[in-house]
Write a protein that binds this ligand. Sequence first.
Ligand code: ATP
Length: 320
Amino acid sequence: NGLIVSFGEMLIDFVPTVSGVSLAEAPGFLKAPGGAPANVAIAVARLGGKAAFVGKLGDDEFGHMLAGILKQNKGARTALAFVTLAIHALAFVTLRADGEREFMFYRNPSADMLLTPDELNNNIIYIAKVFHYGSISLIVEPCRSAHLKAMEVAKAAGALLSYDPNLRLPLWPSAEYAKEQIMSIWNKADVIKVSDNELEFLTGSNKIDDESALSLWHPNLKLLLVTLGEKGCRYYTKNFRGSVDGYHVNTVDTTGAGDSFVGSLLGKIVDDHAIIQDEARLKEVLKYACACGAITTTKKGAIPALPTHSEVLSVLNGAK
Ligand code: ATP
């Protein structure tokens, strides 16, 4: 199995103990380890693939707790730097009754923002067959330079570059800056996954259709995916496009659904890039990815909800 290296932040999401409340109304919070790039690495490992997470954690109780979680997930190697200067990043997140997700972040600065280019473990990045990243690591220096260097090392070594911008607007100084920075690395990616909300934000169009999706196409792109929550996803390649339906499940918390989807997709294409050019095979892989996303919504938090292969099979078989 080829190695999937995921770069960026790992943090703790604090999710309300009861559903459908605003952060202010929440009576209490549960610790839920998360951070999109870490979720992706663990999603891959839990499905039986080989993954590594590259990032920086706080040298504190929470940072070591998170390092322990990566270790517990057989298959998720780590290339971690620790920092004593900053506390670990915390995010309070809730899905309100009106369906909107509300975030509040404590990271001023947090450990992940302080990763320097010199701290990168190039040995791990160099052997990546897929290198995956988001955009939160582009917000401030020195992490931004570390991110750009890691991408360069991975690309030079021949890895497939996978990008999920994972827009978290409250973390950016302005919406314009977020868009500019997210787009600044757009043309380097081989595979890009955006959610419907991100599509609207990046294109400025309020339509989720082929035209707006294809306005995000770039000449070197191999696969563009637009995830649509419970409705599944749409896919675009140079030669074909189409959609895959979602699965109906008992959703309690959608956090991590996109990361689960991406992790499972990368786990399938890492050893067989040709899947991207074969529509029938790609559709099978995306059905599997949608099942992974769906399962992840059935439990609170991201990492605890990431499925194993046998859990995915039971959803796929149940849907037949
Ligand atoms: P996140 O940022 O929460 O990780 P996202 O917004 O990037 O997620 P989504 O579109 O929410 O991505 O979800 C990814 C995939 O997970 C979808 O394409 C779908 O297959 C599955 N999924 C998400 N939400 C649901 C749901 N409520 N019911 C069933 N499947 C879902």
